[in-house]
Write a protein that binds this ligand. Structure first.
Ligand SMILES: C[S@@+](CC[C@H](N)C(=O)[O-])C[C@H]1O[C@@H](n2cnc3c(N)ncnc32)[C@H](O)[C@@H]1O
Length: 244
């Protein structure tokens, strides 16, 4: 594993001794998502979304100043990793190695295999302007590899684990994927939460199911309202979501 992975893992594991690894990792993901809320980025922190602030303060609340510094360092390692090794998934790797260790089938597809599948999909030429969907996306590494082949698509991921959904959101955000992540049970059609990422400029926005393309366009689903068109000037192709 890379230096950035090792440094991130060291900090999270250090904090995990006191607070529990799963809690620390989840709080880290929440802090990241809240920090990169679109309103924060657009207004350069001059305007803040009240719900987002509450969520952020709840996540940071238990930790001392020194401990919060370690989270800030982790965020930097995540960003550095994108520069050194774009589209790689150190969050998913940490989650598998240190948190679930395969519990509930949470072994993600090895990255080289994701890359191979993406290569196969693009074997007749580069796919552009289409929508890629992984209904059980884990940390979104399949989608990351699809984006590595060609960025000019829209990416959709769903997972019934909140931790997986949050890892996917940050992986989308840092690697510049445009699309949506739903925290939902894709089989039972139960919705827990969702985010749109980089769709209207850079940033993350929480969404309700009525605004979600994943929810509204699921097979057999009658949209309660028309799904809100993705807000980035580029019209979505009307093609069915691609099952990747
Ligand atoms: C084997 S992992 C695969 C993850 C990813 N697609 C990959 O290839 O790396 C399976 C994922 O499915 C998720 N999952 C299991 N049942 C699900 C359901 N009913 N709805 C949504 N996600 C589900 C798990 O949380 C886990 O992250």
């Amino acid at each position: 594993m890379t230096e950035n992975f090792n440094r991130l893992a060291k900090n999270i594991k250090h904090l995990g001794i006191k607070y529990g690894l799963s809690k620390v990792f989840n709080d880290f993901l929440t802090m990241g998502i809240c920090s990169y809320h679109r309103d924060n980025l657009r207004s350069r922190l001059r305007e803040q979304n009240a719900d987002n602030e509450t969520l952020y303060l709840n996540a940071t609340g238990p930790y001392s100043e020194e401990e919060l510094e370690l989270f800030v360092e982790c965020m930097a390692y995540l960003q550095l990793n994108v520069l050194d090794n774009p589209y790689s998934d150190i969050l998913g790797e940490f989650f598998m190695q240190e948190i679930t260790r395969g519990l509930n089938g949470q072994y993600f597809t090895p990255e080289h295999l994701c890359s191979f599948l993406s290569e196969m999909l693009n074997r007749h030429g580069k796919i552009e302007g289409k929508r890629f969907f992984d209904p059980a996306c884990g940390s979104a590494r399949m989608l990351l590899q699809a984006a590595k082949r060609n960025h000019k698509n829209y990416f959709y991921g769903a997972d019934n684990s909140g931790t997986c959904a949050k890892m996917s959101v940050l992986n989308f955000f840092f690697n510049g994927l445009v699309g949506e992540v739903a925290w939902m049970d894709s089989l039972r059609m139960e919705w827990y939460g969702g985010w749109r990422i980089n769709t209207d400029g850079v940033g993350i926005i929480p969404i309700e199911k009525e605004e979600s393309a994943i929810w509204n366009e699921a097979p057999g689903q009658k949209p309660s309202v028309e799904p809100k068109e993705i807000e980035n000037n580029t019209k979505l192709s009307s093609q069915q979501l691609t099952l990747f």
